[in-house]
Design a protein around this ligand. Sequence first.
Ligand code: UDP
Length: 233
Amino acid sequence: MDYKRIVVKVSGERFAGDQHEKVFDVHAIEDIAGEIKALVDMGIQVGVVIGGGNIVRGKEAAAAGIIAAQAHQMGMLAIVINALALQSVLEGQGVQTRVMSALTIDTVAEPYIRRRAMRHMEKGRVVLFAAGIGNPFFSSDTAGALRAIEIGAEIYVKATKVDGIYTADPVKDPNAKHLADISYKDVLVDDLKVMDGAAISLCRENHMPLMVCKVGDVVKALKGEAKCTIVHE
Ligand code: UDP
């Protein structure tokens, strides 16, 4: 495992922990932070892309009657909230961080500037990429793919609640089979619900390897010691 720079995507759902009773479960955020710290301690430059699904998902808010573009802007602001929570917990664990937002929100976070983000990472600071790509109708998965490509990460890691990609939803289908690796094309053609098509297409066009693993397994999966799925050419 000789990664120098990686981008890890953590969905907002993970911030709520397993109970889903509240928006934030600080213990769940501490677990996420601990995993990021472990990567930093191994000398890896880490960028983190955060979701906002524990607070607002654009599609859901739009379905409830909010103007769609604004519903997505609310989602992006939700991501900023999560980024501030994770920053707080990471700094409590002694990890230096910067929140860089794709939406201009100067008094709260730095604006996202690619070269500055890379400089922070070179200095050992974890960059928390907030507010997605700053445009409505996109997902934080796509934002993660974009940032990973832009800043020259060697791999894009989606840390989620399942240990990789299955042929069907493993919760609903007992015959679902785990896939150790799969091509971008097959993910798209088989419509496997791992990420939206925009995110997969971006990775595919830019040869960005994608690893899908369970939150808590990132370090082990990068070492090849935990179950995960690698999506590649
Ligand atoms: N979002 C957006 N543009 C982006 C990233 C996110 O409009 O570049 C909005 C979108 O409405 C999305 C919400 O922010 O539903 C929260 O992000 P996401 O659903 O990807 O979070 P996750 O499911 O990973 O927690």
